[in-house]
Design a protein around this ligand. Sequence first.
Ligand code: PLP
Length: 231
Amino acid sequence: MEMAATDIGEALDEVRGQIEKAVQTAGRPSDAVTLVAVSKFHPAAAVEAALRAGQRVFGENRVQEAAEKFPRLREQYPHLRLHLIGGLQTNKAREAVRIADMIESLDRPTLSDALAKAADQEGRMPDLLVEVNTGDEPQKFGVPREKADEFIRQSRMRFGEQLRGLMCIPPAGEDPVPHFRFLRSLADQHGLPVRSMGMSADYPLAIAEGATLVRVGTAIFGARPAGVAGD
Ligand SMILES: *Cc1c(COP(=O)(O)O)cnc(C)c1O
């Protein structure tokens, strides 16, 4: 069931309050963390309710779904920013480059090639994050830990400043903190300013460990339909 617009506004206020508290506790600057509202599987009306409540940055997993919802909303809300946060197939690279402001899931050389080609064709390039599979889970997207250093270096050479940072999704049911620390230190080693980590269940912890982007879905928009967790 979809949440009413007022409920989405209230949920956003609650999440913003939690973020502010975590930022203060960590002694970080008040603008250190950006909230990415993950709207996958929720209709455009839910996104619009969040936009009216002042939310600006959104995350979607699937290119197709994002392409259906966002270009129209963007006409009305030109400040909107769209992050693609799901595993990306190379045949979706061009559409992704066309619609996204940031792609958080760069994880292999073939995708780098596809994105570079798409950027040439489209005349624009979104910001990029390398997704690191910090738990080395076989079913997950993301570059494995042992290949991360080299892939980040290559991506930096290829995309320059457009490579902004790193993203991770720690294994479900594990303490996420070691994963957040690993991502943080890897980003620091490479001089990358953006760390995308933390979801509904653990974003305050991620902020304590240096997240600059938190990706929060359920805590804002409510539960997604069963069976479509989407990562
Ligand atoms: C779905 C998803 C989220 C949001 O998860 P919630 O637990 O609903 O906050 C964050 N990041 C990624 C990559 C996702 O796929």
